[in-house]
Design a protein around this ligand. Structure first.
Ligand code: TRP
Length: 454
């Protein structure tokens, strides 16, 4: 497929923002705080930062290289770079992973709409902590309410996907990202300045290494791939729309920095405030939906208008951040169907929307009326999260590193990494070494340790 016939991001900053828009989402603001809360705070964050440096950034560079060089959907990319081999399965594996993540991710994305409306309707003020918990449980247990929001969210995603890459994805990311960032900084300030926020800051900043076990390693690694949208060809697909002189290494570092800053800001919003009002940090997936409104109403009890503005803006922007992420997953599957099965973009998008919507409905119901149906103590929703984030993405990342480090022609890698600016030789060598040795061994080690695969 030639350059001209495919869409391109119109500007370099547009490309960075679109990739950052994919990366920044519920993973940072919903998943990161509750993983941090469950896995011991600062020590988890340090391991997570290590994973970003040693797995995240190099694998992102690898995905960018594969995508931009092949200018194709993620499955075809491997057929172009490694014709006649089985590497195409890495791409197909990615498409499947993206499809599965989108199905349950859209459920949580739907919750943000419900909470946005609740915040905008001023229904947080005056609620007791028990009432917040109760209203979350009633909401997720109600069969039609979460399904309705999920369906709406899928339609919103669908609509933007059909409008196409540059107009839809790039434009929405350009406006949303900076606004989200500013709001998060304001909220983090408010939270840190609350009386009694000290223990929360300590929880985030003073590591206790006794808490690091193999489970923590697996969580941190899964969170890295999840949060950076890696391991399934999502950023590979976006890179296929990059201009040929976009600097891949710089873009990867920028995206990883923005993404980590948003996650840390989310932590800085939730934990100091939670400790300040005496709420436990390990509430799990409901943290952002129960703890946060609770914290906001109690922390600013004397200033209800501030609670109103902050909570409404927060859930609106969370919904929008989730939207730029669902768009990126939807795009991977849609462009795959469109290019591989010669379907129109519109038809491909409909297919993805309807099947993901259907699986999403089952996941949403599994939190409520289907709660008794569990496997290994997990509901269907938990299983989707575990299997995709902790197994499928790292497996994808493992093969992407090996492909780029060992199989891919080094001239291609070298040229791609050097276009848009000269890359210092030691950095190039370090990237190749990490992709060849460090990332595959590291990912393999975490797996063997946690899952007892050997
Ligand atoms: N990274 C996004 C978030 O943090 C979610 C996401 C978008 C994703 N695309 C992905 C996760 C691809 C894994 C793979 O919310």
């Amino acid at each position: 497929m030639s350059d001209e016939s495919r869409a391109n991001f119109g500007s370099k900053i547009g490309a960075i923002l679109a990739a950052a828009g994919s990366a920044v989402g519920l993973g940072n603001i919903w998943r990161f705080p509750y993983q941090t809360g469950n896995d011991g705070g600062a020590a988890f964050i340090l391991v997570y930062i290590g994973c970003i440096l040693f797995f995240g950034i190099p694998v992102m560079i690898a995905e960018f290289t594969i995508g931009r060089h092949s200018r194709s959907n993620t499955a075809r990319a491997y057929q172009i770079l490694a014709p006649g081999t089985q590497w195409k399965w890495v791409g197909r594996w990615g498409v499947l992973t993206g499809f599965l993540i989108l199905s349950y991710y859209a459920v949580v994305a739907g919750w943000t709409l419900e909470y946005f409306l609740q915040a905008a309707g001023n229904s947080f003020i005056g609620k007791t902590p028990e009432q917040f918990t109760e209203s979350f449980n009633t909401f997720t247990a109600s069969p039609w309410r979460s399904v309705l929001w999920l369906v709406l969210f899928m339609f919103a995603t669908h609509f933007i996907i059909v409008k196409g890459v540059q107009q839809g994805i790039e434009r929405s990311a350009k406006i949303l990202m900076p606004v989200l960032f500013i709001l998060l900084i304001i909220m983090a300030f408010c939270s840190v300045l609350l009386p009694g926020s000290g223990p929360g800051l300590e929880f985030l900043l003073m590591p206790d290494f006794n808490k690091v076990n193999s489970g923590v390693l697996l969580s941190a690694m899964g969170q890295t791939f999840y949060s950076l949208s890696l391991g399934m060809g999502c950023l590979c697909t976006y890179a296929s729309y990059f201009q040929s002189d976009t600097n891949l290494t710089k873009t990867a570092i920028n995206v990883a920095t923005i993404d980590s800053m948003v996650a840390i800001l989310a932590g800085l919003i939730i934990f100091p405030a939670a400790f300040s009002v005496g709420i436990q940090p390990d509430a799990g997936p409901s943290l952002v939906f129960i703890t946060l409104p609770n914290v906001l109403t109690r922390a600013f009890a004397g200033l209800p208008w501030l609670t109103y503005i902050l909570s409404t803006a927060f859930y609106l922007l969370l919904a929008l951040a989730a939207l730029t992420s669902t768009i990126s997953m939807h795009e991977v599957v849609t462009v795959y169907l469109h290019e591989e099965f010669k379907m129109s973009r519109r038809k491909a998008a409909w297919l993805v929307t309807s099947i993901c919507g259907f699986i999403g409905i089952i996941c949403a119901l599994s939190m409520g009326i289907g709660k008794e149906y569990t496997l290994f103590g997990m509901t269907l929703f938990d299983i989707f999260d575990f299997v995709t984030a902790k197994l499928m993405l790292p497996i994808g990342g493992f093969f992407i590193s090996i492909f780029t480090g060992w199989y891919l022609d080094k001239k291609i890698l070298h040229d791609e990494l050097n276009s848009g600016g000269h890359l210092p030789v030691f950095l190039y060598k370090a990237i190749v070494f990490i992709l060849r040795v460090v990332a595959p061994i590291g990912i393999g080690f975490v797996f063997i340790n946690e899952l007892g695969v050997l």
